[in-house]
Design a protein around this ligand. Structure first.
Ligand code: EPZ
Length: 439
């Protein structure tokens, strides 16, 4: 298992480039299941979750080519023949987003068998709303031996009102509805940019979708979809992580290849805490030379403050003067990073869904443990301002969603290196054995 060794104290200076959004690339790859023709995706990040999705699609008989060299971030997926419309427990337990194949498979093949993901490090995260939605479109769904089995001759358009806003639930239903007979109206949808990006791709494939990015999406079902080429949107969470790192270290950092229109809640928060920013249409510069002021955060669905930025914001809050109250509204158990930050000297109290952060406290290096993707990123941020050498264990979490983060950070002045550790087989135990991780 690899670890990061980080020596804190350097302000981040220069330009850092954002990769394509993992959470947009994953549904886009699942969308390729809806057609026999090739789907070409550009700006696909080279992260572990993408490799997991490649395995998932390949296991069903899809041809998946991940580009190399100049075409490094291009993925071509061709699902001409699908041998087995199934997502096994082995893959779903390592990546929950695997359940995104449920809707496309039942829509294209009339049958799907997908493992239930089970518990997760950040919350219960059921997929009942995906199942209920597909039933509203006429799918017959049963559950046996930990698997969801869905079947339908052809899905029928209908109205689905999500009881709760769900990102991948909206995406799953959106994909299913493209091949359903007649009109589907999805209500109380997630408005995340990744949903709108998926709809863009589906429309390029011949779907008829209106309203993606708003709470109501209308889909007129078509008989068939065809191949398409699509560029995945920039990763707004990676961009936010770098902006917070620039602010926290008192640096002057230009975060390039991002979309500032996806970062509104964070940019407003940076303004509130006293950090200066300036942006063009595809970059944000953060100038962190002012003292930081405390500011509260409440996580919400887009366009509110994202839960996926909460942990990284907490690292910043430890360095702000005053008390910041961080309320996590989306997941029940997403404060694991707080306890690690406390070990580094932060003053954080957890009261139910609220974390009370009292700053500013000097942080000192410690050996810490990453528990999920964003928690790992927050520990990297904390380590960048800690005195001494922090060792972050289990960085495989970060490799799931951040492309070469240590190389990118080193390029702007961070002292960070990766060390590998070869352990005897018996000693290698994943952080949460039996739990699927985030995403
Ligand atoms: C997506 O997960 C993201 N993953 C997550 O990113 C992100 O944290 C989350 O949305 C919230 O923004 C991908 O896009 C691949 P939800 P998703 O369904 O879709 C409850 C990261 O670090 N719910 O919007 O699984 C659920 O328990 C990850 O990149 C149900 O009750 O999240 C949660 O409380 C982590 N029943 C809330 O809704 C359902 O059927 C929102 O979850 C579905 C969800």
């Amino acid at each position: 298992m690899d670890k990061f060794v980080i020596r804190g104290g350097n302000p981040l200076l220069g330009t850092i480039r954002v990769s394509g959004a993992k959470n947009a690339a994953l549904p886009a790859m699942a969308a390729a299941l809806l057609t026999e023709e090739p789907v070409i995706l550009e700006n696909v990040p080279q992260v572990r979750d993408i490799e997991t999705e490649r395995k998932l699609l390949a296991a069903m008989g899809a041809e998946v080519e991940l580009g190399f060299g100049r075409a490094q971030h291009r993925t071509t997926i061709c699902c001409r023949k699908l041998a087995a419309p199934e997502a096994s427990y082995e893959l779903v337990k390592t990546m929950r987003a695997s359940t995104l194949v449920l809707g496309p498979l039942v829509a294209r093949c009339g049958t799907a068998r997908v493992s239930l993901p089970g518990g997760c490090a950040i919350g219960a995260r059921p997929i009942d709303l995906h199942i209920k939605g597909l039933e509203r479109l006429g799918a017959k769904i049963t559950q046996h031996h930990g698997y969801v089995e869905a079947s339908a001759n052809r899905l029928k358009g209908g109205e689905v009102v999500f009881d709760k806003i769900t990102v991948t639930g909206t995406e799953d239903l959106l994909m299913a509805a493209t091949l359903a007979e007649g009109e589907t109206i999805l209500q109380n949808c997630a408005r995340e940019p990744e949903v709108a990006d998926l709809a863009d791709l589906l429309n390029k494939m011949g779907a008829q979708i209106e309203g993606a990015g708003t709470p109501t999406i209308r889909v007129e079902g078509v008989e068939k979809l065809h191949g398409a080429k699509h560029r995945v949107i920039p990763d707004r969470i990676e961009a936010a992580t770098f902006l917070l790192a620039g602010a926290l270290t008192g640096g002057d950092l230009n975060v390039s290849a991002c979309d500032p229109s996806h970062l509104g809640a964070l940019l407003q928060k940076l303004d509130e805490v006293g950090v200066k920013t300036a942006h063009t249409s595809e970059s944000v510069r953060v100038m962190g030379d002012n003292p930081l002021r405390a500011a509260d955060v409440i996580t919400e669905e887009f366009p509110g403050f994202p839960t996926d930025m909460q942990a990284q914001y907490m690292a910043l809050a430890t360095q702000a003067e005053g008390t910041s109250i961080i309320t996590e509204n989306i997941f029940e158990n997403r404060f694991m990073h707080a306890l690690e930050m406390v070990r580094m000297g932060a003053n954080i109290k957890i009261e139910g869904s609220r974390a009370i952060v009292r700053g500013k406290t000097p942080l000192s290096a410690a050996a810490v443990l990453a528990s999920d993707l964003r928690a790992s990123a927050s520990l990297v941020l904390a380590a960048l301002v800690a005195e001494g050498e922090t060792i972050i264990d289990r960085v495989y979490h970060i490799d799931r969603g951040y492309e070469h983060i240590e190389e990118k950070l080193r390029g702007v002045g961070a002292q960070i290196r990766r060390i590998g550790e070869i352990l005897p087989k018996k000693a290698v135990a994943p952080a949460m054995r039996g739990y699927s991780q985030s995403t």
